[in-house]
Each structure stands twice: as structure tokens, then as C-alpha cells.
Design a protein. Structure first.
Length: 465
């Protein structure tokens, strides 16, 4: 993903210690295909110490993330894990040749963590959504630092477990919302916090007409590709046969594997709003529909209104409305400016700010007059999201990685709340953040809470779940 940002000079320092007992790895797992026996190598001099990285999920976004990380001079890939043999071996071969080192290939992350005990400092998790938490929780429990792609996890309960595990183990974490560190998002946060539009009153966040998922609701069984270990791919989800209507390109639609358009994109679009206003957990949420096609899916179109308690940056409690798919925001919410179809319109007491997805913000005053750049505070300088995490690990300083799980966990919980309630349009759900559940009685509340705390397939577990 190409975004506007400036790279800062990278810091130096000692790599943080990163391993603990591997006794949490399930016993009886076989050695990965062709993976040589892992022998600890002598420690390098402190000045030459590198972050030894394993990637889990080598295709698509994982490959892009790894490319961003590999430009850091102190990053060393040591292992590539993917249930697809071609992807893991291709990644291992490419980076092995590039680094002139051995990169080991694994089909099962549990085998990898057990066999490479003491040889992995950090892990990049870029799998399908349903495996983010099982892998991330195990890695953190072993003292391994985690860069996890968005959404942080597939369900609210998994996000809570990830946040708590990060706090308990004190490993360095970063969620893969790369635009978080761009000049456009950092400038948005700066301008709102400096009062350019005054206290925030309401927010319209949208991802409309983009990624218009729909249809393909039938599950047609087909042979899995020869290179793919389907059982390891489905992981913690209920066992089901392979279908090309899940893999490779449509898994986000399915409750068993993904988190819909909202889970995919709201972690980006919410981010500049959430970080600028210091929001916490919603108290209430209501979905206005439409319904999902059936229980196997999330809604293809989402229209959700959240109520958040007020903060120092807001004019009391605020409403945040999320719309996606074929549901568009209304026009005329504020003079002189419209809500972007992809992005957010933030309305304050003194004006409004529009922050399109991947574009610089526009600001108007209360009367709708556009504020020119010369009349606004200086923009913020962008950073390299990947390098910030690597530097944070090398110096054992979480502050360098500003999308750590302490921040990303609560934000993702709010994002996923809209998915947990979209089976019950027009019903207001009350959220008990302290106990991580919806309150009230009835089947609709029970169904929503079942989506908060998922059941894992027999034989699959995760620490903290």
C-alpha cells in the first residue's frame, strides 16, 4: 500500500529479550516439511544485533508488510510460515538469497515456535482474520514481540485477550494500520487536538461503494489446491471442506474466517477519529440493517450508530455513524463540506474536518468557509509504521510504536461491535465494557454475546482464551 510519509532516522539499541518457556506448544506436532533442526547460534555483538523475524501468512498483505520491514537495516527474516507450500517456500527462498542466510519454512506456527525456541524475537502475523488471535496470543505468551495485521482479531473477546496478554507479557506490539503513522493521519490528530474545529460533536465514518461485497452465498465444495494444507488453513474455525468461495479471495465475508467490510476497513477509517478524540468503549450501539443473507455471513452493507462517552476533545457524549457497502452518508451534514464516501467527516463546535481515506484533510469553519493551509497549524511529519515497531523492539520502548495493542485492542473492539449486532436491526444494544459483554435478556443478546466469545475447534487452543 502506497501512502504519503517521511522516514525518520532509525534509532539503535539492544534487542529486547524475547523468549519464554515453549511448554505451551501442543505436544505431538510433527516437524514441518523440510525444516532442518533448529540449533541456537552464537549471540552477535550488541552493535550488530538484529531483530530476528518470523512471518506467518506470506501472501498478499503479508508479503507487502514484509517488504516494508525488510528495508530496515537491522531486520533479519529467520522463518516463513504458511499453510500454502508455494508461498512459504517462495518467501523463504527469496529472502534467504537476499540476506545470504537460511530462512526456515513451516506449515504450522506451533511447530515453528517450538522448534525455533530462542531464535525468534518478533513475529509478523498477516493471516486471515480468524487466526490473528490464536497466533498472536501464543507468540506473546512465549515473550515474542508481535506486529499483527488489522483487525487485531476476528472477535471482540479475542481483542480483549490480546490487549490483556500484551499488558501481562510487556512485549512490544503494533497493529498493521500503516496509515496511522502517515502525515495525513498524524496531521488530523494534531489539528483536532489543537482545537481547529473546536470540541467534536459527531462523526460520520464511511467505506461506501468500495469493496462492494455481495452474492456468492452458496458453498460449493471443490478440491483444495495441491500446495494448500486446508486443515491448517481453517485452524480454529469449525471444520468444513475447501471452497473457492472462501479461499483465496472471499474469506472476509464469512463469520468463520473474516470480519466483513467493517472489520477490514473501519480499523483504518476509525483510527484518526479514535486517536484524535481519545475515545474509549462505546456504551450503546444500534444497527440499522440490512440483515446478513444468513448466519454464515456478516452483513454485506453496514449502517451502525455508536454512542461514546465524552472526552476532553468532545462536546459531551458523541455519536459515531458507520456506513459501508451500498449505504451512503446523507448530504448537507455541515455547511461547505460533505462526508467522504471513504473516510470520515468530523463535526465540531467551530467547524468540520473531512479526512478521506488516504488523502489530506480539508477543514471549514462554522459557516462553511474553507480554511487554507497557511491559516492552519503546521502539518505533522509522517513516520514509517514498520520501522517504528522494529525500533521499538530493538530499544524495548513501546512508545516508539504508537498503534500498540493497548490502543488497537479497544479501537478494534468498537469496530467489531457493529458486526456482532447486525443480525438484529433497529435494536439498541448496551455494552458492559468491564465484563466484555452485551447486557439484557433475549435471544438477540445471547446471539450477539456468542459472537463476542468464539468457540474454537477441538484440538485448537490459545493462551488467554
Amino acid at each position: 500500500m502506497s501512502i504519503s510519509r517521511r522516514d525518520f532516522l532509525k534509532t539503535t539499541g539492544l534487542a529486547a529479550g524475547a523468549t519464554a518457556s515453549a511448554s505451551l506448544i501442543p505436544a505431538g506436532l510433527s516437524r514441518a516439511e523440510g525444516a532442518p533442526k533448529a540449533d541456537a547460534s552464537p549471540a552477535a555483538p550488541a552493535a550488530e544485533k538484529k531483530l530476528r523475524l518470523a512471518i506467518i501468512g506470506c501472501g498478499g498483505q503479508g508479503g507487502a508488510d514484509l517488504g516494508g520491514m525488510a528495508s530496515h537495516p537491522r531486520l533479519l527474516l529467520v522463518a516463513a510460515c504458511d499453510p500454502d507450500k508455494n508461498k512459504r517456500e517462495g518467501t523463504a527462498r527469496h529472502y534467504g538469497e537476499r540476506q545470504k542466510t537460511e530462512v526456515k519454512a513451516y506449515s504450522d506456527y506451533r511447530n515453528m515456535f517450538r522448534e525455533m525456541k530462542g531464535q525468534i524475537d518478533g513475529v509478523l502475523v498477516a493471516t486471515t482474520d480468524h487466526m490473528h488471535a490464536p497466533i498472536g496470543l501464543l507468540a506473546m505468551s512465549l515473550g515474542i514481540h508481535v506486529y499483527g495485521q488489522k483487525p487485531l482479531a476476528r472477535t471482540i473477546g479475542e481483542c480483549r485477550a490480546m490487549t490483556e496478554m500484551a499488558a501481562k507479557t510487556k512485549v512490544i506490539t503494533q497493529m498493521g494500520i500503516q496509515i496511522h503513522s502517515s502525515d495525513i493521519y498524524l496531521t488530523t490528530r494534531k489539528w483536532i487536538r489543537e482545537g481547529v474545529i473546536g470540541k467534536v460533536k459527531s462523526v460520520s465514518s464511511n467505506m461506501c461503494g468500495n469493496k462492494p461485497w455481495g452474492g456468492m452465498v452458496n458453498f460449493t465444495v471443490a478440491p483444495a489446491p495441491e500446495s494448500l494444507d486446508w486443515d491448517r488453513y481453517i485452524g480454529v474455525s469449525a471444520g468444513q471442506p475447501y471452497s473457492n468461495e472462501v479461499h483465496p479471495g472471499n474469506w472476509r465475508k464469512w463469520v468463520s474466517f473474516g470480519s466483513g467490510i467493517q472489520g477490514d476497513m473501519a480499523c483504518h477509517v476509525f483510527d484518526p477519529v479514535y486517536m484524535a478524540t481519545g475515545l474509549g468503549a462505546p456504551t450503546k450501539a444500534v444497527s440499522f440493517g440490512p440483515l446478513p443473507p444468513d448466519d454464515r455471513f456478516f452483513a454485506f452493507d453496514n449502517d451502525v450508530e455508536y454512542t461514546f462517552p465524552g472526552t476532553e476533545q468532545t462536546a459531551g457524549d458523541i455519536k459515531l455513524r458507520w456506513r459501508s457497502g451500498k449505504i451512503y452518508p446523507p448530504k448537507g451534514m455541515h455547511p461547505g463540506i460533505e462526508a467522504p464516501h471513504s473516510g470520515s467527516l468530523i463535526i465540531g463546535e467551530k467547524g468540520a474536518l473531512s479526512i478521506p481515506h488516504m488523502a489530506f484533510p480539508t477543514v471549514v469553519d462554522a459557516n462553511g468557509n474553507k480554511l487554507e493551509r497557511k491559516d492552519l497549524p503546521a502539518p505533522a511529519a509522517g513516520r514509517n509504521h514498520y520501522h517504528d515497531w522494529i525500533d521499538a523492539v530493538l530499544t524495548n520502548d513501546q512508545a516508539k510504536a504508537t498503534a500498540g495493542f493497548a490502543y488497537a485492542g479497544p479501537m478494534t473492539e468498537a469496530v467489531l461491535m457493529g458486526l456482532a449486532i447486525n443480525h438484529a436491526p433497529n435494536k439498541e444494544f448496551t455494552w458492559d465494557a468491564a465484563n466484555c459483554k452485551f447486557t439484557g435478556e433475549g435471544k438477540e443478546v445471547e446471539k450477539a454475546n456468542a459472537l463476542v466469545h468464539p468457540a474454537y475447534r477441538k484440538g485448537w487452543t490459545a493462551p488467554g482464551m
